[in-house]
Design a protein around this ligand. Structure first.
Ligand SMILES: [Zn+2]
Length: 268
């Protein structure tokens, strides 16, 4: 039998062609299937932020968030009378001629503009829960505080006035950030110790902080503030700070900021 080497060559070529052909079909199918899938994955991936979709082991791990982020007590001044966090007490007076620039009227009482929304919201919320808060007074100028203090002194004597009423120049009312609240349910307790036992006094001691106010003078903080308890005297500092005080059980502005206070008036 004569050998025909070209046929062997042709067979090899055909075999290769066949394989390539099948491979081509397979490759086509592959690209259709896999290509489609790749597109779908890319579609999903587009909705994931790139830095979360890609794991880069060399990047330092993010710091673990602390349970309670540190509250920044330095955001506002405690000595500037225009600051929402100003501390006014017997050690820290307000300049005689200080007058807030943005006083607004709320039911016949003047307060700084920032106080108004929280004051209105608080009165409304209390009313819905059976506590009839009546806003009695707000901003008092130096001259008005002079008159108010003199009236209390004339009626109740110097010692009483020292415990309940600031000397002119030492009153939070001059900042436009303080208000006195009367009881709508029992007016006989207005400006009296028994105010805390009225529906209004009880509501305020529990809820005033939710509206950015602190009951400034309490039984617990008398030594620090230098005033006898006044459940009716509220000081606005904003909801951020009152939430901080509430969450940490801090009973006075003096303690929160480490500012001096007490019953003694600063010399001079
Ligand atoms: Zn007051």
């Amino acid at each position: 039998m004569r050998t025909r080497p070209w046929r062997s060559v042709a067979l090899v070529v055909m075999a290769v062609a066949a394989l390539v052909g099948i491979g081509g079909v397979a490759s086509g199918l592959w690209s259709v299937l896999w290509g489609g899938q790749t597109t779908a994955i890319q579609g999903l991936a587009e909705e994931v932020p790139w830095d979360q979709a890609i794991v880069v082991p060399s990047v330092a791990p993010r710091p673990t968030p602390s349970a309670a982020p540190t509250f920044d007590l330095a955001q506002h001044s405690t000595s500037d009378p225009g600051s929402p966090w100003v501390i006014v007490n017997k050690q820290h007076p307000v300049a005689r001629d200080h007058e807030p620039p943005d006083l607004v009227d709320v039911d016949g009482v003047r307060v700084r503009a920032a106080v108004e929304p929280d004051l209105r919201a608080m009165v409304e919320a209390a009313g819905g829960q059976g506590a009839r808060l009546v806003v009695r007074s707000g901003y008092r100028s130096y001259a008005e505080q002079t008159d108010a203090r003199a009236a209390i002194e004339a009626r109740r004597g110097f010692a009483h006035a020292e415990r309940y009423s600031a000397r002119p120049g030492f009153s939070e009312h001059q900042t436009g950030l303080a208000v006195d609240i009367d009881s709508g349910s029992d007016p006989s307790c207005n400006l009296q110790t028994c105010f805390t036992r009225t529906a209004e006094g009880a509501w305020l001691s529990e809820h005033a902080w939710e509206f950015g106010f602190v009951v400034r003078y309490t039984e617990q903080n008398t030594g620090v503030t230098g005033y006898s308890p006044e459940g009716w005297h509220l000081r606005w500092v904003g909801r951020e700070l009152t939430a901080h005080l509430h969450q940490n059980g801090i009973g006075s502005l003096e303690e929160a900021f480490g500012v001096s206070g007490g019953a003694e008036y600063v010399a001079g």
